[in-house]
Design a protein around this ligand. Sequence first.
Ligand SMILES: *[C@@H]1O[C@H](CO)[C@@H](O)[C@H](O)[C@H]1NC(C)=O
Ligand SMILES: *[C@@H]1O[C@H](CO)[C@@H](O)[C@H](O)[C@H]1NC(C)=O
Length: 490
Amino acid sequence: MERRRGMGKTALLAVLCFCVRAAAGSDPEAEMNFEGIESKFSLRTPAEPDEDVCYLVPGQMDSLAQCNFNQTSKTFVVIHGWTVTGMYESWVPKLVDALYKREPDSNVIVVDWLVRAQQHYPVSAAYTKLVGKDVAMFIDWMEEKFNYPLNNVHLLGYSLGAHAAGIAGSLTKKKVNRITGLDPAGPTFEYADAPIRLSPDDADFVDVLHTYTRGSPDRSIGIQKPVGHIDIYPNGGGFQPGCNLGEALRLIAEKGFSDVDQLVKCSHERSIHLFIDSLLYEEKPSMAYRCNTKEAFEKGLCLSCRKNRCNNLGYKVNRVRTKRNTKMYLKTRAQMPYKVFHYQVKIHFFGKTSVTKVDQPFLISLYGTLDESENIAFTLPEISSNKTFSFLIYTEVDIGDLLMLKLQWEKDTFFSWSDWWTPFAFTIQRVRVKSGETQKKVVFCSRDGSSRLGKGEEAAIFVKCLEQPVSRKRGGAKKASKENSAHESA
Ligand SMILES: *[C@@H]1O[C@H](CO)[C@@H](O)[C@H](O)[C@H]1NC(C)=O
Ligand SMILES: *[C@@H]1O[C@H](CO)[C@@H](O)[C@H](O)[C@H]1NC(C)=O
């Protein structure tokens, strides 16, 4: 408390000077001096994931044995972010618990930098350098004194903690295996150079989830630019489903005001819960797809898995390392388990007269071997006569192999004179559907050769065509992927 009140410009200046010196490479003698370490390393246990029962102390060999650190298993190091209350947030024990459920023999360490994390945001943001240095010293100590393989170390940092993890990774003498950045903080880091923020150089593999990247880059809570080998933007990365005000009010009614703090950061914190989801629901892995823009993803143009274009979100990510950062997208549910199934739908709208309409509401129903998903609502930004349109739909239901499809063009919710005066219908012969999760393509045919699709009229029904596209040989595949990338860059 004393220190907090006393934290002024001088102290901050001292912090910054210290960092400059640290970056310039302090002498080796000082490096074995652990006195400057203020962060604490709490080895949590599966039995009490929410309690700090034992601290590992750099320089004190016996603390490892006292805390039952398992030197033959892997270690997760969890780094929290900025905190208003000065206390751990409720996600910490949830993540610890999920890590132990998935890897019961592992060591889950929570880095406690709460004192430095409860300052004014810019002060706490500057402290990430010292926290990163603390963590790096701790890891180097384990490596040097116990030959603990850094190949066993996975850092997980949330918000400011993601940048602390990145700094730690850049300072360790050998590279740690993996860093997962959970919605790394945006303010002061969006335009920062790689050494003082999370970047792909900080570990053998760096994966990042971006869940709350709204507004102009310097105002966005989460960093907008890609900072890892793989950067996943669930639901476009801007805002997460279930985090709107209505949902917040429902939760307050249910649980009272205690979790208001959580609600404010709902989208930001979703990054953590998506990772927890990947630990707990192994059999329901969420798939993300590489895409140049979220607009192209919304059109369903990016559901390819060729050449590592798709990947698992979270714990079981495939370590794909490309020279350029890879941006990936997916949709999710509003609650855990978050997994949905993605489909690209392609339709050619035949029209006798030349008609263009914007923002048209549709309902699509899919029927398959396992289940069905009815009345999935979507809006087409534009449709016009004799043109093909592609769009993305998704459902939480595992439909299995597709058998039948219904399409309905809805009335506008408001009364529109133009629709009343000029009733209009398109004609549709085929609907092409590609599943992201199975990579299977199905062509649906109208049962009568062509079906009428009129606004406000009943649904048009399509069944699997008798002749299906044959699976493409190599040459064809190449051509198709070229088409895809052309779409992507379009
Ligand atoms: C340490 O972890 C290994 C697996 O990595 C496991 O076989 C062993 O039982 C663990 N030791 C203790 C004491 O829990
Ligand atoms: C659309 O194409 C069909 C034939 O495929 C044609 O009969 C019709 O006139 C075309 N509509 C327009 C608006 O060009």
